[in-house]
Design a protein around this ligand. Sequence first.
Ligand code: ADP
Length: 613
Amino acid sequence: MSSKNKERNLLRKVYGYYFPTAWKQDKGYFFSRFVQLIISSISPLVTVVMIPEIIAELMGEKRSEVLIQLVTMLVLIQFVLNLLSALFRYFIEKSTQRFEDYYSGQLSRRIMELDFQLTEDKKALDQLELAKNGMTRYSGGLNGLMEPLFNAVSAFITMVGVTYLIVKQAPFVLLISIVVVALTTFFNVAKNKIEQNGYRKLSKIDRIFGYLGFGLADFRYGKDIRLYDSKDMMVEKWKRYTEEYNDKNVAIANKMLPLQLGTVMTNILHDAAIYIYLGFLGITSRITIAVCVQMISAAGTFTNSLKSIMTSYTDMVKRANYAHEYVKFMDYPSAMEKGEKRVGKGSHVFEFKNVSFSYPGSEVSVLKNMNLIIHEGEHLSIVGLNGAGKTTMIKLLCRLYDPTEGEILMDGINIKEYAYEAYMKVFAPVFQDFQLFAFSIRENLLLKEDFDEADEKIARATLTKVGISEKLRSFTKGLDTIIYKRFDMDGIEPSGGEKQKIAIARALIKDAPVVILDEPTAALDPIAEYEIYRQFEDMVKGKTAIYISHRLSSCQFCDKIAVFSEGYVKEYGTHAELVDKEGGIYAEMFAAQAQYYRDEKNNHASVMAVPGE
Ligand code: ADP
C-alpha cells in the first residue's frame, strides 16, 4: 500500500472510531467546535472585506463620521467574535477533561473484560502500554485529534472566501501563493527528515551522556571510581563525547542552513512577486489603491490558510498515529470463541474428554489427554504434587483458558457454545492467589455498591459461618471497614487466614452451583482448615464442590478423589477405594501424612505436608 493510501486508511480508522464515540458522549463539544470554526473562518475575511471601504473613504470624501462608523464596526465585529471565541474555547476545555475521563474509563473497562489469557500475552500488554500513552499524552486526546481537523476546515472556508475576492480582481495572486506554499512544504519535509535522522544518530550519544552524567554518580560506582582513580578517564570521555555531539549538531545545522535560507527566500519572493504584480495592476489603473491594499491582505490570508491546511494535515496524521494504538487495543482480537447458548438452572455434569493443554507460548504439555467426569452435586477432591496440573484443570473448567486439544462438556455440550458471561456465573472459585479489593468488607463480599437489608443479613450470616464474625465485631466500622490502608488510614490489614475466610465467604455468597476451593486454606492452621472444610461441607450441600488440598485429611469428606500426576489422572475413586491400593500414589501420600500427623501431634507442630515439598 502506498504511504498516502496508508495515511488515508489510518485517518479513516481513527476518526471513524472517535467521531461516533465522542458524539454519543458529548454533542455539546461538537456544537462549540462548530461555532469556533465559523468564527475563525470569517474573522480574517471581515478585515479583508472592510479594509477597502475604509481606504476608499480616506482617499475619497474623507467624512469623519463615516470613517468612525466603519472603524467602530470593524473593531466591534472583531471584539464580539473574539469574545464568542473565548467563551466557546472555555466550553471546549471543559469537554476535553470529560473526554479524557471517558476514554481512560473505557480503557480500564476493556482491560477487565480482556480474555484472561491475554493478561499474560506480551503483545497484548505492549499494546496496552502504547494505548495508555497514545490516547493521553501524545495525541492530545480527543480534542488534540479534532483541533487540526477543524482548523483545516476553517482554513479551507477562509481560503474559499478570499479566493472568490482574488479571482475577481487579481487572479495571478493565487498562482504565486500556491507556488510559495508548495516550495515551503518541500523545504519543511526536507528539514523534518534531516532532523529525524540527526536525532536518531544523537540518541546514542545522549544515552552515553546520561550514563556519564547521572549513572556514574550512582553510589554503587563510587568505590571503584575512587579506588581505581578513574575520575580523569571519565572527564576525558565526557570531553570527547561533547566534541562528537557538537560535531554532529554542527553537521545537522549545516545541512539545514540552505533549506532555512530557501524558506526565507521563498517568503521574500512571495512578498516581492505580490507587490510587483499588484503594483503593476495599480499603476496601470486596473485596480484602485483600495483594492490593491485589499489584495495584499487577501494574498497573505490565502497563503496562511493554505499553509494551515498543510500543517493541520501533517498534525492530524501524527496524532492519529498515536491515537490508533488506543483503537488497536480496544479492538484487540478476542483469544476465545464465545457462544450464545443459555445456561440451564441447577446442577450440571462436566466432562473432560481427551483434554490436553499447553500454556500460550509454551511447548510444555501441562495436561495430557485427560478424561474426567464431575457428576451433578458431586464433591470431588483433586490431589497431587505441585505442578501436577490441578490449578490448570480448574482454569480450563472455568474457561480462563481453552484446551489445546480435546473438549470440555457441560451437560453434554461443549462449553465454548455457552454465552461466556452466563457460564462464568456457574462457578464460585477461591483460587490460591485470590485477591481482595481495597474497598469495604461489604463491597468485597457483595461486589456491588447498592445493597439492601437482605444482602446485609446474608453477608453477616456467611461471615459467622466461615468463623470471622468475632473479628468483625472488633472493627468499629463493622462491614464498612476498609480492607488495606491504601485509601484509608483506618483500613485493616487482615492476616492471611482472615483474608482467606473473607474470600471463602465471597464465594459462598455468589451462590453458584459449583464451588471450587483451590488450596485457599494453605494459610490456615490444620485445625482451622479442618473446621472450615467440615463446615464447608454443610454449606455446599446439594452443590457441586471441587477441593484442591495438600492435606489429605480434607479428602475424606469427598465423594470422589482424583489423583493428578504429570498431567494425567493417575488414580480415581473413593477414599476407601484408594487408601489401601497396593503401590498407589494416594495410599502412599496418605500413609506419609498420617505418619507426620501422628509425630507432629506430639510435637505440637502443625502442618501435614505432602512428601517432596
Ligand atoms: P498445580 O496446581 O498442580 O500445582 P499448576 O496447574 O499450577 O499445578 O501448574 C502446572 C504446570 O503449569 C507447572 O509446571 C507450572 O509451572 C505451569 N504453569 C502454570 N501457570 C502457567 C502459566 N500461566 N504460564 C506457563 N506455565 C504455567
